[in-house]
Each structure stands twice: as structure tokens, then as C-alpha cells.
Design a protein around this ligand. Structure first.
Ligand code: G3I
Length: 353
């Protein structure tokens, strides 16, 4: 660290917790040198945006394809980044064959799905044993009203699929940290349901180290008081709290939009894409104020938060340019389309001095 003190996010925030970003395939294939530079300078951990998800690793029954994910893990090693695994069991980006018995029409049986989850976790976590700091074992299994998502996992196996996943992941790599990850985590019903889930797993003697609050935020959501209550509530369950997929959507959104469910898709209209040529000064100021409001919370709760992870590196690569409306120009991250730090990055660094 220079005599002038922390100059980077890693030097400043890294004193308290992991600071990372989601990396896409082009970046981990080494095709974006600007990304390499930002990651090495500002971050000490990374998560694969897509290439460690079940549909990529298990494209067909009995076949595992680690080529892209292995490149990602090697890329992290080359750039001194701890690896976070995302994700093992999720209703989205799961291979279709998991839920069928080979004949598209007939759903897989309870026993078959159970065996497939166990085989997937044993194989994937085993393959990266000792190389992955922690895994998002189960992702987005609870709805905003606190009920379980009626996924094929829950419909066939009930809540047991979560216990199977955490037990199997721990057996496959006893040193890896294990997490439950979800979005819209500042809602009271979801907060209480996730606390119940954590306590149930612990009561059954199963390892769970942390809860991930994805934090796909906006300029006026979530309510920050409720957001802080969730950080305290999850920490009170005796687990680490992580901000796992942080971004701020600055664009106006259609009625009925919410959460982070990728299935939402709306038609492109100019009124929903007003900043193609850059953010107006007042909107940029509003965005900076939102970043500082969030990081002031993270700094205040630094004893409870073990990781802050942005969902992408630069604005140009963000999923929020294509969701929930394809073809928009969004500004949701801390580095601009030229991979240059936005002025607010310095304010964040000063906060953590
Ligand atoms: O790989 C195919 C490519 O072959 C094809 O040509 C292209 C054309 O459609 O699609 C590519 O797949 C896309 C994939 O990203 C890789 O780029 C999928 O269509 C697209 O749906 C997928 O989007 C990802 C999304 O998860 C899927 O659910 C986003 O990049 C990723 O940021 C997003 O991340 C999720 C977290 O995992 C969980 N929490 C919410 C978060 C945002 O939805």
C-alpha cells in the first residue's frame, strides 16, 4: 500500500472482507486485457457469471464439461483472485435432462432427481476441491412471500433437496465454505424464511457458512432500513453475510418489473432507454449518492459482511443492458465502458480508510 494510504478497492475494502466481481467467459478466456488490469488492481476474488452453472458443466447425462470453468479457475489463479463457485442447485440454467427420465414427456422420479443432484455436486465440488473458497450451494429457492419456490426440486423432494445439497457439498470438499444465495432479501417474509432455512440446516448439524444477498438494486429500491435489518437478521443466525451480485439499475422500468428473475422480458421502447449517450449530471449524482448510501451500510456492518461482489466489471458487460429489456444502455457498475473507475470509486475508498 502506498504511503498515501489505500488507492484501490482491494487495499481499502480488502482489509475487512473479500471484494470481487463476476467475470464472463470472454474475460476469463483472457480476451479483455482491460478486465485483467481492473481485477488485479481492485479485486481479490471473483465468481463466474455463467460457466460454473449446471447447464454448462453437465450438458448431457453422464457428461461433464469443465473446459470453460477450468479456464476461469486458472484465470483467477493467474490474477491472484480467490474463486467463488456459482452455483450448484438452481431452478434456472439447470440442464433440461435433470428433470426428465430421458423421454421428454415423463418427469424424473424423486429418486432419480436426488441421485442426479448428488452426482452433480460430488463431481463438480470434487473436481475443484481445494480450489474454490466457497460455493453458492442453493440459489433462489424462496419466493418473496417466504414460501418455497415450486421448482422441480421442491415439487419432487420438498425442503429435503436443500439438506441433500449442503450435506453432499460438505462431504465433497470439507474445507469449502457453503452458502445460500437469493435476491430481494430485504423483504420481511423472505428474510424470516431464509433465517428459518439457516436455523433448520444448523439444527440438523449441516454446515452453512453464509447467506448471500444478491443486491440487484435500483436508485430507489430496496428500502435501506429493511436492507440493514436483513444484514443483522442473517448475522444473528450465526452466519456470514455476503453482498454477492451487486449492481444498481439506473434505467426506468416497465410496470410489473421486479426482483431478478431472468424470465421477465419486455419490449424495447425509447422511454425505457433514455441515456444512450451518457447519464445526465443529476442522474449521475443520484447514482453516486446511492452507491455511497450502500457502501456506508457495508462499512457500518463491516464486522458482519465477509464479501462484497459486483455482478460484472464494466457497464458495457452488465446483464442489465439486456434485462428485462434487450438492447438498452445501462450504467450499473463501478467501472465505465472503457474499464475506467468512476469518480465514486475514490469516495468509496476514502470511506474505508
Ligand atoms: O451461451 C449462450 C450463447 O451460446 C447464445 O448464442 C446466446 C444467445 O442468446 O445466449 C448465451 O447464453 C446466455 C448466457 O447468459 C451466457 O451469456 C443466456 O441466453 C442468458 O440468459 C444468460 O444470462 C445470464 C442469466 O444469469 C441467466 O439466468 C446472465 O448472463 C447472468 O448475469 C445472470 O446471473 C444471475 C445469477 O446467476 C443469479 N442471480 C440473478 C442473476 C441475474 O439474472
Amino acid at each position: 500500500m502506498s504511503p498515501a494510504g489505500a488507492q484501490t478497492l482491494k487495499e481499502a475494502i480488502g482489509k475487512y472482507c473479500l471484494i470481487g466481481a463476476a467475470v464472463n467467459q470472454w474475460q476469463s478466456d483472457g480476451q479483455v486485457p482491460e478486465a485483467d488490469a481492473v481485477l488485479e488492481k481492485h479485486f481479490n476474488c471473483a465468481v463466474a457469471e455463467n460457466c460454473m452453472k449446471p447447464e454448462t458443466l453437465a450438458p448431457a447425462e453422464g457428461i461433464f464439461d469443465f473446459r470453460v470453468a477450468d479456464k476461469f479457475v486458472n484465470y483467477c489463479r493467474q490474477h491472484n483472485l480467490k474463486v467463488l463457485g456459482h452455483c450448484l442447485v438452481w431452478h434456472s440454467q439447470a440442464p433440461d435432462w435433470w428433470f426428465t427420465n430421458g423421454y421428454a414427456a415423463a418427469p424424473a422420479s424423486k429418486e432419480v432427481l436426488k441421485e442426479r443432484i448428488i452426482k452433480h455436486i460430488k463431481t463438480v465440488v470434487g473436481h475443484y476441491k481445494g480450489q474454490v473458497h466457497g460455493w453458492d450451494v442453493v440459489n433462489e429457492a424462496i419466493m418473496d412471500d417466504g414460501s418455497f419456490r415450486k421448482s422441480p426440486y421442491y415439487n419432487l423432494l420438498g425442503e429435503e433437496f436443500i439438506e441433500i445439497a449442503f450435506r453432499t457439498a460438505h462431504e465433497a470438499d470439507p474445507d469449502a465454505e457453503l452458502y445460500y444465495n437469493d435476491y430481494s432479501m430485504s423483504g420481511q417474509a423472505k428474510r424470516e424464511a431464509v433465517c428459518r432455512l439457516v436455523r433448520n440446516l444448523k439444527a440438523k448439524g449441516l454446515r452453512i457458512d453464509g447467506v448471500g444477498m444478491q443486491s440487484h438494486n435500483g436508485l430507489d429500491y430496496p428500502n435501506l432500513e429493511e436492507y440493514e435489518k436483513s444484514i443483522d437478521a442473517f448475522a444473528a443466525c450465526g452466519v456470514k453475510v455476503m453482498i454477492t451480485e451487486l449492481d444498481i439499475n439506473v434505467l426506468p422500468n416497465p410496470e410489473g418489473f421486479g426482483g431478478a428473475d431472468i424470465a421477465q422480458n419486455f419490449e424495447l421502447q425509447q422511454k425505457y432507454n433514455p441515456y444512450v449517450n451518457g447519464l445526465p449530471k443529476d442522474k449521475a449524482r443520484e447514482l453516486d449518492e446511492r452507491w455511497m448510501a450502500l457502501f456506508n451500510i457495508y462499512y457500518k456492518h463491516r464486522a458482519q459482511i465477509s464479501r462484497i461482489n459486483l455482478w460484472g466489471i464494466s457497464d458495457g458487460g452488465s446483464w442489465l443492458n439486456g434485462w428485462p429489456i434487450k438492447g438498452r444502455t445501462n450504467y450499473p457498475l463501478l467501472f465505465d465502458r472503457q474499464y475506467q473507475p468512476k469518480p465514486v470509486v475514490n469516495e468509496i475508498i476514502k470511506l474505508y480508510k
